[in-house]
Design a protein around this ligand. Structure first.
Ligand code: PRX
Length: 635
């Protein structure tokens, strides 16, 4: 398969230019050379960015699962498609070949059809990281049902609002789930949620923990007996290029969750293309992305991207800290993982622990390591690069979003020279632009602005389920005609991008634009600091001043807080300038985080402002109890 696999920097620039000058030709060629289609498209792309309407490969007929599985069977039927690594290291791992995956997905697809699920119906999947999760996703896509995976750490009310928003007919869940040394009663959460969900008529329950769970007559059925009876013959649905593939709700923002709708052909082409190039996947490699399939990272780079390339992909049920902090490194060693893709928050947590946990393992199978989800601070970048990548594996810092479907800005390993904390260069077809406050495009290098994308790309979300106006208002109105990412970025002297964080995290102090990420980087370099978060609060003279929430490491706990505060401010002054010094420093034992590990700055801002009213929904936080502590300790 060619995928226009990029081999060196010169070729990257060549392909990039071609993709900008002749996007129709570029993507047309990627699409026609590397996938199986029932029918070719009439037009590669048609769009009206002002109205937020985009169509890719219009007129084409395709099934993404035929591309993920069936077409590999002749050549790679016995190759392992999925390695399932259970939560408990003593439970044997499972190797599922492409033949077996085909059989499982066909059976599941037949079960769904027998239960009355048809093309276009929405199916909610609320499962732990077990093979049934990937199989359910693929079975839906095979029959044209729209999957809406809800991360199995969300509460019953979050689950209910997501089920109701897109009116799911069915929920696929399990009796329970394992996470570290905990067992979670998933079925109980589903039962509670469904009290408020009138559209759900069927619940299929996979067995994982074998706990006794109540089954509601006429609604709930055990999955396995249905699968046992199902045929392995299944004819895939013929889908239009723009038929909906899945809905995925974005996490953590205010108000009603946004159901981002992704469609079939463009998503397929772009996730496959980016997987191949960004991870430099070679035929017998083992790829491991530690995200949950409940997030976009898992959709695109555990399930679809790898399988479209006939790859071996790891599904890991556990957590990095169980049974100890060596778990990730032990799994890499055990399965000879070649590409490892994780989040800065995991890296920072592991870097806090003794180095012995990672140094015990040679990790010599690794070829490429990746980061995603938030800006990776300099300290974490170096720790990851030195101790995991052994300074020999390129570290790809991949910037993208639920809305973008696939990775947008990232180094290509062995092609793009990396630079700590920089996502570097856009993928072919991606045209990032930086905008100023007057909505003008900022030309040239060594500049900062709001990050927008000015031309459609194949895997962009098409709408917010049921609310196209909100889609338009959120993403296409701030800078008319352009997709607004909500992130700020800087472009350095050679044109590399560094994502500085959400634009709402940029704080203007005495007329100076300060990004929270670089200040936090500086603070985190203090040997006594584990983690920090900065927000702005109103100040009579400066407009805004800075308020820092700081978590200390054990070694910092006994120290004089005034002295620590002075040292921290000195570090900031040294690294950024006195303007970036913190007016207030509150030492805390934790920061409010969403389940995907993002700090909920909205709450921190409210506390800093002394506004304790209307904190919004904190039920989806990982640690809602911390909010009280932070409120009580406000300076
Ligand atoms: O602020 C950016 C940050 O995560 C946001 C998207 O979050 P989500 O939709 O949950 O998707 C996360 C996984 C793709 C972005 O707007 N972000 C993501 N990757 C990076 C990042 N910030 C800096 N560097 C990254 N590599």
């Amino acid at each position: 398969m060619s995928y226009y696999k990029i081999k060196n920097l010169e070729q990257y620039f060549k392909h990039y230019k071609k993709s900008i000058r002749e996007p129709q030709k570029f993507w047309g060629r990627v699409a026609s050379e590397n996938f199986v289609w029932y029918q070719q498209w009439e037009k590669v792309v048609e769009y009206d960015m002002a109205d937020a309407r985009v169509e890719w490969f219009k007129g084409a007929k395709v099934n993404i699962v035929k591309n993920c599985i069936d077409r590999h069977l002749a050549k790679r039927g016995d190759k392992t498609a999925i390695i399932f690594e259970p939560n408990n290291p003593d439970e044997p791992a499972l190797h599922i070949s492409y033949n077996e995956l085909h059989e499982r997905v066909c059976k599941m697809a037949n079960v769904l059809r027998d239960q009355g699920i048809k093309k276009g119906d929405r199916v909610c999947i609320y499962l732990p990281m077990i093979p049934e999760l990937a199989v359910s996703v693929l079975a839906c896509a095979r029959i044209g049902a729209v999957h809406s995976v809800v991360f199995a750490g969300f509460s019953s009310s979050a689950l209910a609002s997501r089920i109701n928003d897109c009116e799911c007919k069915m929920v696929i869940t399990s009796d329970g789930s394992y996470r570290g040394n905990k067992t979670v009663d998933l079925k109980g959460i589903v039962d509670e949620a469904l009290q408020q969900c009138p559209t759900v008529t069927t619940v299929l329950v996979a067995k994982r923990t074998n706990e006794a769970v109540p089954m509601q007559d006429g609604r709930d059925q055990w999955l396995q007996p249905l699968l046992d009876k199902a045929s392995t013959n299944n004819v895939a649905e013929i889908m239009d290029a723009e038929d909906p593939l899945f809905i995925l709700y974005t996490s953590g923002s205010t108000g009603k969750p946004k159901g981002m709708l992704h469609t079939t052909a463009g998503y397929m082409v772009y996730t496959a293309y980016t997987f191949k190039n960004i991870f430099n996947y070679q035929d017998n490699d083992v790829f491991w992305c530690t995200a949950d399939i409940g997030w976009i990272t898992g959709h695109s780079y555990i399930v679809y991207g790898p399988l479209l390339n006939g790859a071996t992909t790891v599904i890991f049920e556990g957590v990095p800290s169980y049974p100890n902090f060596s778990r990730f490194w032990e799994v890499i060693e055990k399965h000879n993982v070649n590409q490892f893709y994780t989040a800065p928050t995991a890296i920072r947590a592991l870097a806090k622990e003794s180095l012995e946990y990672v140094q015990k393992y040679p990790l010599s199978s690794l070829k490429v390591i990746g980061s995603v989800g938030e800006p990776i601070n300099e300290e974490a970048w170096h720790w990851y690069n030195d101790h995991v990548g052994g300074k020999r594996c390129p570290l790809v810092d991949t910037w993208w979003q639920t809305e973008t479907g696939g990775i947008m800005i990232s180094p290509l390993p062995f092609v793009t020279p990396t630079k700590p904390t920089y996502a570097t260069l856009p993928l072919p077809g991606i045209q990032p632009v930086l905008m100023d406050e007057k909505r003008n495009e900022i030309e040239g290098n060594q500049v900062v602005g709001s990050l927008c994308i000015k031309y459609p790309w194949p895997s962009m979300a098409r709408t917010i389920w049921g609310d196209h106006q909100r889609f338009k208002d959120t993403y296409f109105s701030t800078f008319p005609g352009k997709y607004f990412t909500g992130d700020g970025a800087l472009r350095d002297e050679v044109g590399y991008y560094r994502i500085t964080g959400r634009v709402d995290d940029v704080i203007i102090v005495s007329g100076h634009n300060l990004g929270t990420a670089p200040i936090e980087d500086a603070i985190n370099e203090h040997p006594a600091v584990a983690e920090s978060a900065i927000v702005g609060f109103p100040h009579d003279i400066k407009g805004n001043a800075l308020y820092g929430y700081i978590i200390l490491k054990d070694i910092g706990e006994g120290r004089d807080r005034n002295n620590l505060s002075k040292e921290i401010n000195q570090l900031i002054a040294d690294q950024i300038g006195p303007i970036a010094k913190l007016d207030k420093i509150q030492f805390v034992s934790g920061l409010p985080k969403t389940r995907s590990g993002k700090i909920m700055r909205r709450i921190l801002r409210k506390v800093a402002e002394g506004d304790f009213s209307n904190f919004g929904d904190i039920s989806t936080l990982l640690n809602p109890e911390i909010v009280e502590e932070i409120k009580n300790g406000r300076l």
